[in-house]
Design a protein around this ligand. Sequence first.
Ligand SMILES: [Zn+2]
Length: 81
Amino acid sequence: MPEFLQCFGTETACAEAVRSARWFEGFACPPLRRGRAQCIVVGEGRSLYQCHTCRRQTSLTAGTLFGNAKLPLTRWFLAIT
Ligand SMILES: [Zn+2]
């Protein structure tokens, strides 16, 4: 458990794990399936990615099982593992 908390004890660490799992080849704009994005921090460790090409904003968790959750990612990671 201490090891787990060390790796996934923070929202940022969890978000990074989700990001690397989802966009392991880099950000993918949903309509374009590719592209580059700018990360915009919107507060409380949450961030949005804005596509450079179409300006569409996507949250890291949109379209994933985390997307509708009101729980912090840290809770999810505890529940899953
Ligand atoms: Zn786009």
